[in-house]
Design a binder for this molecule. Structure first.
Ligand code: NAI
Ligand code: MG
Length: 519
């Protein structure tokens, strides 16, 4: 019998002993840097001549590892290996699959400082945010292990029929394409992969090009914990080549993806076409972007609101699908709230996260993201007033740093108020009153997260009905959903509302088989 699920406690690195362990782990990760790592297909390690580097975004010349530049032929080999392994993995007792997840969780718990240190280097994540991500990965493993044990057999929920015995089993689908993003490579990589595998599916798993080393760790841990060859196949290479083939392969049974809206929509369309040799309708589980709003009305506790706004906007440099990148403030308190937001934002410390736990804002992930955010800084200076920041930061090592940036008096229809920027940039929008603010909140194509700061009970009940997002937060920040506590996933162009870390999630990775036997 397993204990009840509990969230993994998160370290904030206020304890000097934890700081020492982190620094030791950083040395270890650095000492291991520079390796060339293979594809893993059917348990075989395959090294390719063509490779690409994964680098530190604070110092792009610092290569952490080199990965095989895989192609379509490797995906085809991986799908074949996964299909072969499915024949036995699907019949592995669910308890055995669940125990495997628990072993991976234990390993991650043991190596949390190493994972956190690697996160600070490979994706530029601040220490406590990194530990938050490692804890989330552990939570997914612990949670889905328990959920699958519950889901496997739901016969006891069926209505009885005389003379027959009924069974309802949740069985796996087949080969899954597992495509996580770079912003939560450990948590989302682990979440997508563990859900896929614990349900009895096999996987072709492709980490994002910007974070293959964290992706590799996930694969390595599963194998170290005894996952049989071929059940998970690790393939690296360009998303447009490797990812695209995974989606379009006729023997792929389902796709689980988190990333950009454009790619999500493309996958949705491609997965809808039935290809020759494809005897099923593919299922797609897609989590896309957000343009998440924080609404503040005139009854709100303004210091509490300012705190939540700054944390939601600038945590991990705004590179979260849940980031609060629009703040809709009612006219009565706009002028009073803005200085409080600025005061807090000015105390953020920008730097290379490996420097120390007091760095709160690191670099953005890569040159593409750097250019994209810079171009929004230009757009924003035309569309609104620059209240803070507004420029990139030049460093000797050429890191991708952007000043935490706040634009004020932004029109609700401005591009910076409508489009996902994915950087440390927030747009403040003035609304006439609460009703106007609520209308503005619902005016984008997205619907992922949102927050409301108000002390008015009538309005708080109103937003429960009419603030149209998958994850609504009242009088708190709109980031940091916890596994099992706030199942996560959005509406409209934010995705398929799969609610990761929730009680329905694993039904997406299974199909139900109802069996009636005459007695
Ligand atoms: P992306 O959507 O291109 O990448 C996400 C994953 O999809 C990666 O593993 C990538 O290799 C893969 N991929 C790329 N093209 C593919 C294709 N044609 N078929 C199958 N898989 C494919 O995101 P990218 O380029 O890293 O970032 C661009 C923008 O996307 C960001 O500026 C941000 O706005 C958004 N984004 C949002 C995320 C979120 O959590 N909501 C996460 C990552 C990006
Ligand atoms: Mg892309």
């Amino acid at each position: 019998m397993l204990t009840e699920f509990r969230n993994e406690p998160v370290l904030d690195y206020s304890d000097p002993e934890d700081v020492r362990k982190f620094r030791a782990a950083l040395d270890k990760v650095r000492a291991e840097a520079g390796q060339t790592l293979p594809l893993i297909i059917g348990g075989e390690k395959i090294y390719l001549d063509e490779t690409f580097a994964t680098v530190c975004p604070a110092r792009p010349d610092e290569a952490l590892a080199h990965f095989a530049d895989g192609g379509v032929e490797h995906v085809d080999m991986a799908v074949a290996a996964a299909e072969e392994a499915f024949a036995s993995w699907r019949l592995t007792p669910v308890g055995e699959r669940a125990r495997l997840l628990l072993r991976v969780a234990a390993l991650m718990r043991d190596r949390r400082h190493e994972l956190n240190a690697l996160m600070s280097l490979e994706i530029g994540k601040a220490w406590s945010e990194a530990d938050g991500e490692t804890s989330e990965a552990i939570d997914f493993l612990e949670y889905y292990a328990r959920q699958m044990l519950d889901l496997a057999d739901r016969s006891d929920e069926l209505t009885e029929w005389p003379g027959e015995q009924q069974t309802l089993n949740y069985i796996p689908l087949g080969v899954g394409a597992v495509i996580p993003p770079w912003n939560f490579p450990l948590a989302i990589g682990t979440g997508l992969l563990s859900a896929t595998l614990v349900a009895g599916n096999t996987a072709v798993y492709k980490p994002a090009e910007q974070s293959p080393l964290l992706g590799w760790k996930v694969a390595e841990y599963f194998l170290e914990c005894g996952l049989p060859a071929g059940v998970m196949n690790f393939v690296t290479g360009p998303g447009e080549v490797v990812g695209a083939r995974m989606v379009e392969h006729p023997r792929t049974r389902f796709i689980c993806f988190t990333g950009s809206r454009d790619v999500g929509v493309e996958i949705y369309e491609k997965a809808g076409r039935v290809l020759p040799g494809q005897p099923w309708l593919k299922r797609s589980i897609l989590e896309m972007g957000g343009k998440d709003a924080v609404l503040v009305d005139e009854t709100a506790r303004l210091d509490q609101a300012a705190e939540g706004i700054v944390t939601s906007a600038f945590g991990y440099q705004g590179q979260k699908c849940s980031a609060g990148s629009r703040v809709i403030i009612v006219d009565d308190v706009y002028d009073e709230l803005v200085p409080r937001i600025l005061e807090r934002a000015k105390s953020l410390r920008v730097g290379a996260p490996d420097e120390g736990p007091d760095v709160t804002v690191g670099p953005v992930i890569d040159p593409n993201q750097f250019d994209k955010v810079k171009s929004y800084l230009e757009t924003g200076s035309d569309e609104g007033e620059v209240l803070l920041g507004g420029s990139p930061i030049e460093t000797e090592e050429g890191g991708y740093f952007i000043q935490p940036t706040i634009f004020g008096e932004v029109p609700e229809t401005a591009r910076i108020a409508q489009e996902e920027i994915f950087g440390p940039v927030v747009a403040l929008v003035r609304a006439r009153d609460f009703e106007d603010a609520l209308r503005i909140v619902n005016s984008t194509d997205y619907g992922l997260t949102g927050a409301v700061y108000s002390e008015d009970p009538g309005r708080l009940s109103r937003v429960r009905d009419d603030f149209h997002v998958g994850n609504l937060y009242i009088n708190r920040k709109c980031t940091g959903a916890m596994v099992g506590v706030q199942p996560f996933g959005g509406f409209n162009m934010s995705g398929t509302d799969s609610k990761a870390g929730g009680p329905d999630y694993l039904t997406l990775f299974t199909q139900a088989k109802a069996i009636a036997q005459r007695l």
